[in-house]
Ligand binder design. Structure first.
Ligand SMILES: *Cc1c(COP(=O)(O)O)cnc(C)c1O
Length: 358
């Protein structure tokens, strides 16, 4: 940084994305990407959209994608917002809904982008701690607040919210927005998208990056009462009128329509997750029950940071967070069965050594 930087940027701590190493044969289980290819129909639609029309701006309202989402969820297009990845949708939602006089609330252990947005926008926040099993309790959120943000399932734990707790929270919290980040919801948890009809304060955010295997296309969306969606549109139009390009809109709409492929891929990931969990438990790990496409695992005798470094040396990437309460855990994305087998085999060899214990 130097004197030309805006003063507020002098001590900003941005989000650290998982590393994207380009090593042949690398087993990449560190950023929760899908190990399978996207829908062939989505790829065909992207190819077909690569034509002379690219000289024209895309539809600023992203209507073909919002219509596909409206059909799938039985909603109106005015209840749907689309953006350049759900990280962007979250950034716009924090800007448009959560800059309030009171502090916002989110758990102490959750997606580490949330505090980054708070710092960027100067939003004060309080972090009710998850319990020892990484569960949230509705009563911890029963206090005056400027908004609530919850990931369902949570990251990096993989644990889904208990829906009766969430419903109770929404019934008591009617004066501020409640954002539910469903980036991983398609891997076994029940979505609360249908609840937006009942709760005008509820905004549900989803992405194509995980369950639709389209992290590289950058498409995310939000579902909510039309008044919330309108706030997001205002925020977008103060920032970038065209967050989704023509290729992304065409590919995303086709991906949403390919329900058969989606069902097959997500079932495969869920089956592999059960297999990976059993394999890790066989090696002595304790694994948090996961409804996501990753597992959060800890070994009673091994140092997680050292395990992560040793796996990396063997070209297997997993994620470790050097943060209080979770520094003994590894977050491991569910790969193909073959990738998970290699991970388990390498872990087995590493655990056979004694110099990594804690
Ligand atoms: C991956 C992830 C996102 C962001 O996904 P995009 O690729 O930006 O759509 C949002 N929230 C959580 C909890 C995530 O893990």
């Amino acid at each position: 940084m130097n004197k030309f930087w805006s003063p507020a940027f002098q001590d900003l701590h941005p989000y650290t994305a998982g590393e994207q190493l380009a090593v042949p044969g690398l087993i990449k289980l560190n950023t929760n990407e899908n190990p399978y290819a996207p829908s062939p129909a989505a790829l065909a639609a992207i190819r077909a959209a690569a034509n002379a029309d690219l000289r024209l701006y895309p539809d600023p309202e992203g209507l073909i994608l919002r219509q596909a989402l409206a059909r799938r969820h039985g909603l109106n297009v005015d209840q749907i917002f689309v953006g350049n990845g759900s990280d962007e949708v979250l950034a716009l939602a924090f800007l448009a809904l959560l800059r309030q006089p009171r502090p916002i609330l989110f758990p102490d252990i959750t997606y580490s982008f949330y505090p980054v947005y708070c710092q960027l926008y100067g939003i004060a926040y309080t972090n009710p701690p998850l319990d020892a099993e990484f569960r949230i309790h509705a009563e911890d959120y029963r206090r005056a607040n400027g908004g609530i943000v919850l990931a369902h399932p949570n990251a990096p734990t993989g644990r889904a919210l208990e829906l009766p707790e969430l419903r109770q929270l929404l019934e008591h919290n009617t004066d501020s927005a409640v954002i539910v980040d469903e980036a991983y919801v398609d891997f076994g948890a029940d979505s609360v998208v249908a609840w937006i009809r009942e709760f005008p304060q509820l905004l549900v955010i989803q992405t194509l990056s995980k369950s639709r295997a389209l992290a590289g296309l950058r498409v995310g969306f939000a579902f909510g009462d039309s008044h919330l969606i309108e706030a997001l549109r205002v925020a977008k139009d103060c920032f970038n009128s065209y967050p989704l390009d023509r290729l992304a809109l065409a590919g995303a709409a086709a991906a949403i329509e390919d329900e058969d492929y989606f069902e097959r891929m997500r079932r495969q990931v869920m089956e592999s997750r059960a297999r990976l969990t059993a394999g890790l438990e066989g090696l002595g790990f304790a694994v948090i029950p996961s409804e996501a496409n990753f597992v959060f695992a800890t070994h009673p005798r091994q140092d997680a940071a050292k395990l992560q470094a040793e796996l990396r040396r063997r070209h297997v990437l997993v994620r470790h967070f050097a943060r209080p309460r979770i520094n003994h855990y590894l977050r491991i994305s569910v790969g193909t069965d073959a990738q998970c087998d290699t991970l388990l085999q390498q872990l087995g060899e590493i655990l056979g050594r004694s110099d990594l214990s804690r």
